[in-house]
Design a protein around this ligand. Structure first.
Ligand code: SIN
Length: 330
């Protein structure tokens, strides 16, 4: 009797399953978390990546983009990635300090003269090897993305290093950036990007360093009367994922995802080049902030005071790496 009932139940289950049609595999979800606005090089790159994945991989892979620190802020995203709560992010190169000291190279003041030199270094063997510097810690770099050169914004005009003495500057979580501001007798404060506007608005800090697109999109120029066009450092990104997530993808899906990402990065870099000009112009047009252009002599003073920071970090970063990066200016 019992056997008859069990067989009847099994037959019903099979009939129901056949009626429902083939079971579809759930798509792989890539949560892409970032801290900037959507209308920035990184925001645009992430949206483009989502679009390309939708086109190329249909319902096999879905990208969900979370901008403006909606999902995770700077200091949490990499931990969350290692826990599997987010699959991709593109933190600024200044935010990897806890995972590798090598990437701090990119924070050395006045290391790169322009983005052409940055491109040259990043595509060299040394630059590409750095993408694998965190593998043992469970993170893989999938590529670099530009934002651009940083400028100094402040509540006071900054022409020479002495003008910055005694002021408080927000910095990203990097000891190199801390040393850079200490070199001009200023006080550096490591704070998440999501807090910068309020810190400036409430005058809890006097200034910060950032790119034209971040100063514009986060409205820092509305609460900073002066911006010195110093081009003293670089703000670029590394697109990262967890080794575990990446290696769990099938070979063909991994190859397609990487292809889409490479295409999105090319697009993001075009946006970066364009925004470095157009967002600067929008700030000028707003008349909310005065742009200070440095004379050759004034800029030389900043270089002289800040460049000794290089030797302080030489043992951690490696002299050969610093030389290779510097030589990309030639
Ligand atoms: C970013 O561009 O991702 C943020 C940069 C910053 O923290 O200043």
């Amino acid at each position: 009797m019992f056997r008859k009932i069990t067989m009847a139940a099994a037959a019903l289950t099979i009939t129901a399953a056949l009626a429902a049609g083939p079971v579809l595999a759930k798509p792989i979800v890539i949560k892409f978390s970032h801290v900037v606005a959507e209308n920035t090089p990184k925001g645009q790159m992430a949206n483009k990546f989502k679009e390309l994945i939708a086109e190329k991989l249909g319902d096999k892979v879905v990208v969900e983009v979370y901008p403006n620190s909606q999902l995770f802020g700077d200091n949490k995203v990499l931990e969350a990635m290692l826990l599997g709560d987010v699959q991709m992010a593109a933190p600024s190169l200044s935010k990897f300090e806890r995972y590798t000291k090598k990437v701090a190279l990119y924070d050395l003041p006045f290391l790169f003269e322009d983005i052409t030199a940055v491109d040259k270094f990043q595509s060299s063997k040394e630059g590409q090897d750095m993408l694998n510097a965190m593998k043992k810690k469970g993170l893989i770099g999938l590529g670099y993305l530009h934002n651009g050169m940083k400028q100094l914004s402040s509540s006071q005009p900054l022409k020479v290093p002495a003008d910055a003495a005694g002021l408080k500057f927000r910095i990203m979580s990097s000891d190199v950036l801390a040393a850079q501001f200490q070199a001009v007798d200023a006080t550096p404060l490591k704070k998440p990007f999501s807090e910068v506007f309020t810190l400036l608005q409430t005058k809890a800090i006097d200034g910060q360093e950032n790119t034209w697109s971040n100063i514009y999109s986060k409205k820092f120029f509305e609460v900073q009367p002066y911006i010195t066009e110093s081009n003293h450092g670089l703000l670029d990104y590394m697109v990262v994922t967890s080794t575990e997530f990446w290696m769990d993808l099938s070979d063909d899906i991994r190859a397609e995802v990487k292809k889409a990402l490479d295409e999105a990065i090319i697009f993001g870099n075009q946006v970066a080049a364009e925004k470095a000009k157009s967002d600067k112009q929008k700030i000028i047009d707003s008349k909310r902030s005065q742009i200070i252009e440095l004379t050759r002599e004034e800029r030389a003073q900043w270089v002289e005071v800040m460049k000794p920071v290089w030797s302080k970090f030489e043992h951690e970063i490696g002299k050969e790496l610093i030389d290779a990066a510097y030589n990309s200016n030639k």
